[in-house]
Ligand binder design. Structure first.
Ligand code: SIN
Ligand code: FE2
Length: 216
């Protein structure tokens, strides 16, 4: 058996429906990955990744930044979208080339035509970083989907139901995978298990996640 051959077959794009409003597009962002990585580097040079405080007073293990008209922020006073980076008062960097288009194309594949994100949260996971189960509900228009792009090290994503107590499905998200959830699945609980150490050939010792939203 030829391991390389099978690795290539595995990375051919394919899609799997997870629910009425959710679709995983395996490898959908693979061709664009270098462009996305360059965009992340440019954004985070201007708006550095930082570990935000939760309203409960904890420091998140995931380091975050944003691009687009609005950015998601968390501090002692709560979660919200803000037009400026609280760290320097400057507007968040614009979405770099390729970001908006990729998100729109992925949303369209999942049945959400015309998705025009105004916010892109950049999450950087180092080994051990995790995100506990939550809903994305800080956006104004919940008819708009969430488009989530994974780069770098693989992570185990937990995809739950509309109530916290419902069982979760485990999905391993790989470099280039795109997950879309919206419609009846828009408020499904989700989270990420602690990242395992590793070295991704293109990205190194991290996982990056881009989450595109229509915030207002
Ligand atoms: C998030 O829920 O904002 C991030 C999900 C992920 O990192 O895959
Ligand atoms: Fe989320």
């Amino acid at each position: 058996m030829n391991g390389d051959l099978f690795a290539d077959v595995d990375r051919r794009p394919w899609a799997e429906r997870l629910g009425p409003g959710s679709l995983i597009l395996r490898g959908f962002a693979l061709a664009e990955a270098p462009v996305l990585q360059a965009g992340i580097a440019a954004v985070t040079a201007a708006a550095p990744l930082r570990r935000m405080q939760t309203p409960g007073g904890f420091t998140m293990s995931v380091a975050m930044s944003n691009c687009g008209d609005l950015g998601w922020v968390s501090d002692a006073s709560g979660y919200r979208y803000a037009a400026a980076d609280p760290q320097n008062g400057a507007p968040w960097p614009a979405m770099p080339p390729g970001f908006h288009e990729l998100a729109g194309d992925a949303a369209q594949q999942a049945g959400f035509a015309g998705f025009a994100p105004d916010a892109c949260l950049i999450n950087r996971y180092e080994p051990g970083a995790r995100m506990s189960l939550h809903q994305d509900r800080d956006e104004r228009d919940l008819t708009q989907p969430i488009v989530s792009v994974s780069l770098g090290l693989p992570a185990t994503f937990l995809f739950g139901g509309l109530r916290r107590a419902e069982p979760t499905q485990r999905l391993v998200l790989q470099h280039g995978d795109v997950l879309v959830w919206g419609g009846p699945d828009r408020l499904r609980y989700h989270g990420v298990l602690a990242l395992k150490p590793g070295a991704h050939p293109a990205v190194g010792a991290y996982r990056f996640n881009l989450t595109f939203r229509r915030a207002r």
